[in-house]
Design a protein around this ligand. Structure first.
Ligand code: HAM
Length: 417
């Protein structure tokens, strides 16, 4: 019969990658917990309108990359392409703002974007997402960024570089936008790609970070946003930079860093790695002070980031494989039930172990014990069965001894250290 294949860009994640994912998730709980974050799980599917309104109609995500479908009542739904919009929707719906002045929420899970799959870029990928809603202070931006770098260090990524920009605010960005649009219009339009010719009118900032190098070069002398920000924005950003310097967090300023989603204002940042080819961005985020209000909530600010787990996994050192404590070898076929019950008794005492599920000769079972990498092999031969004992073989030293079955767990546990 013909086999059914998986969907392009949707991966099955086996060990060792799944172990890396587990290690990433454990580190997220640990590091973010230290900063007072709690976990929020939101649905994988939202009303399409949520993403159109928050990410921006002009963004690649909304225009080209969303998995959108109608449900049985013809409502337009979308598989979440990112987490922030859903987190903010949930934040407003739950009324969290009326109970806490600042909410720190982190989420993990799959996101969906219809992109061209390649190394580090999937159509179903996984993000670790943190949002701090309710605080304007530059200390909050510095805390979020410092926490991200601490998290990356915790999972063994110490060589990634941090880039920062400030996109101005509702007060100063419109004037900068108009200035930039005017400048771009003064350039030879045919040198820009089709997307940029459109963006020039709809969202000129996006021209600055076009994926096509020719467009970026053509706009190389464009006015820089940081030089046109208002006093408040400059002071806010200067304080973020001063705090990062005080924490010895290295960074570089990048005036082209406008990010691919429209909700950002003021601080934006990205963490890049030179070790994963074209998909250099391992994390990105920033401040989104108008987003909560734009979804019908109170006028509260927010700042956060997301990391791509597939990309983190490519950069992480291999996690230490977890070793089984025992592998049970049972020679007499008629004693398989006894072997099974002994294995369960050992697991009930906290040990990790396995036994051959397909039987086989003594030799083949010993080969399986070897391959399993277990620390001990427990042999149940005819003599052991008769005496109620087990032969315990230390697989590292080859040393073996016979002992009562009831003492096996203690003996294995004792030799653990
Ligand atoms: P983003 O830059 O679109 O931001 O995505 C964040 C991270 O997700 C990227 O740096 C990358 O590591 C990973 N990523 C994105 N697309 C893919 C893909 N197709 N395959 C694998 N990994 C991918 C956001 O999503 C914002 N919501 C972040 C944020 C949170 N801003 C504020 N709060």
């Amino acid at each position: 019969m013909r086999t059914v294949s998986g969907i392009k860009g949707f991966a099955d994640i086996f060990p060792p990658e799944s172990s890396r994912f587990t290690a990433i998730e454990a580190a997220a709980h640990q590091v973010f917990g230290r900063y007072g974050y709690v976990e929020l799980r939101t649905p994988l599917v939202e009303h399409t309108e949520l993403f159109c309104r928050t990410l921006g109609e002009e963004t690649d995500v909304v225009q080209k990359e969303m998995y959108t479908f109608s449900d049985r009542k013809q409502r337009s739904l979308t598989l979440r392409p990112e987490a922030t919009a859903g987190v903010v929707r949930a934040y407003i719906a739950s009324g969290l703002h009326s109970r806490e002045s600042v909410s720190k929420l982190f989420s993990l899970g799959p996101m969906f974007r219809y992109e061209r799959p390649q190394k580090g870029r999937m159509r179903q990928f996984h993000q670790i997402n943190c949002e701090c809603v309710g605080a304007y202070a530059p200390q909050t931006d510095a805390e979020v960024i410092s926490m991200l770098m601490a998290f990356l260090r915790e999972i063994g990524i110490a060589d990634a570089s941090l880039q920062l920009n400030s996109l101005g605010c509702a007060a100063c960005r419109p004037a900068y936008r108009a200035l930039l649009a005017e400048y771009l219009r003064s350039l030879e339009a045919s040198a820009f790609c089709e997307d940029c010719r459109r963006r020039m009118e709809t969202n000129p900032l996006r021209v600055l970070d076009c994926k096509i190098a020719g467009c970026r070069e053509h706009a190389g002398a464009a006015p820089r946003i940081m030089e046109h920000g208002c006093q408040d924005c400059r002071e806010h950003f200067d304080c973020v930079l001063a705090l990062l310097n005080a924490l010895h967090v290295p960074f570089a300023l990048n005036h082209r860093l406008v990010r691919g989603l429209d909700y950002y204002m003021r601080t934006t940042f990205e963490v890049l790695s030179g070790r994963i080819g074209a998909q250099a961005s391992i994390a990105g985020g920033g401040r989104y002070d108008g987003l909560v209000a734009s979804l019908g909530g109170p006028d509260l600010p927010g700042v956060g980031f997301a990391c791509g787990m597939e990309r983190l996994s490519l950069l992480m050192p291999a996690p230490k494989a977890q070793r089984l404590d025992f592998f049970l070898v049972c020679i007499a076929k008629e004693a398989h039930n006894i072997a099974f019950l002994l294995a369960e008794a050992l697991r009930a005492q906290g040990l990790a172990g396995d036994m051959p599920h397909t039987g086989g000769s003594f030799k083949s079972q010993m080969r399986q014990a070897d391959r399993s990498g277990a620390r001990f092999c427990c042999v149940l031969g005819p003599d052991e069965l008769e005496a109620g004992t087990v032969m315990l073989k230390n697989m590292d030293t080859g040393e073996q001894r016979s002992l009562p079955q009831a003492d096996a767990a203690t003996a294995i546990a004792r030799e653990q250290n």
